[in-house]
Ligand binder design. Sequence first.
Ligand code: ARG
Length: 468
Amino acid sequence: MTERPSASKAQAPLLRARFAADPAEAMARINSSIEFDKRLYAEDIAGSQAHAAMLVAQGILSAADGTAIADGLESVGREIEAGEFQFDPALEDIHMNIEARLIALIGEPGKRLHTARSRNDQVATDLKLWVRAALEGADDRLRDLQAALIARAEEHIETVMPGFTHLQPAQPITFAHHLLAYVEMFGRDRGRMADARARLNECPLGAAALAGTSFDIDRDATARALGFDRPTANSIDSVSDRDFAMEAVAAAALAAGHLSRLAEELVVWSSPGFGFVRLSDAFSTGSSIMPQKRNPDAAELVRGKTGRIVGALVALLTTIKGLTLAYAKDMQEDKEPVFDAFDSLILCLEAMVGMIRDLTADPERMRAMAGSGHATATDAADWLVRVLGLPFREAHGVVGRLVRLAEERGCDLEALGLADFQTIEPRITDGIFDVLGIDRSVASRNSLAGTAPERVRAALARARERFL
Ligand code: ARG
């Protein structure tokens, strides 16, 4: 395998003038990023257009050269979009592939484009533009998911289900309230996406290799042209910073964690033992051997893909750790994790929106489980506090003994008779039965942010205002 890539000569005119020999095959292969960074072509062309227009405005390039470059870059963009572009691995990356093609198309003006810039500020700019759009795409889908959850919640304001801790029935809640918990999580995820977007929105272009440039460039103009709020403040930081990517992927990892919890709930809820929800046919899969199966593969994959999104974050953090300033080629390894994290997140969000929109809830099954397992024991203890004036800790003990009695009888707490209650605490009256029903229990949890339908109705209206 000593054969050199045949196209390696293509690189020579661009940057190998000082070498007598071609790169080794393994050198060319380890160095080449075009297979993945070709995804940055639109951002790269936009950056070059802004840079060239600025060079013309500053009198660094002639207007004629500027026009040739602008038209040439447009042609290159069209070729790539039409699938006609020949990507050459020997040209390493998207920046040199586009520049080489520009030169092939328009000749000498193309060779002037790289004045007062470097691939270092170029790639930082391209990746920022890509991440910015990815954050916006994620935000859109997070909003879609909130809208789907809010729509389902509106149908289930009065639907009582068991609320769990330790996946053991804890207290009755409403299904709407449970769904709105996720609306809050995804709202914070959107906040993190917005924060990351605001912080990254400074333009590195013009930092050149690391030290700035001797040309009289206008960094405000390029920043503005590319929709940045301002140029970056330090040229070394401009080409060294990848924390914008890490922050975005960290936000993606947190969102993936939330999606994974919801996915896990769908898996549990759709299992026959629970039967709280039924996923639509469109979001269920069959088994190759068991004809009756109805599997929640999409939910499992949403849960499963969390691993690779978190993995992308770890990969980025590890790659950047310990790099001296400014640019090092290690940074080329930043792109695949970023692309993969956002591709996975967006796919997961789209699948989750579909599952939530399509699912059928079974309020009967939810209610049946909500009413079992002594789910209103806390309400009984609260009654002892409120009516008999017991300290809560003592009330807890009384109800604990009542639950033990119920279990000895093989029944639920509310199935015990008044006489049974009075064997444990003689002052109990039949007023206690009023609080043992699950609807009463739910309606009574009317504190701020609580599960009572009245509160949930208001929370839904607020959620619509805040998020949609
Ligand atoms: N393909 C490179 C990357 O992704 C572009 C920057 C190259 N710069 C350099 N000094 N070799 O990081």
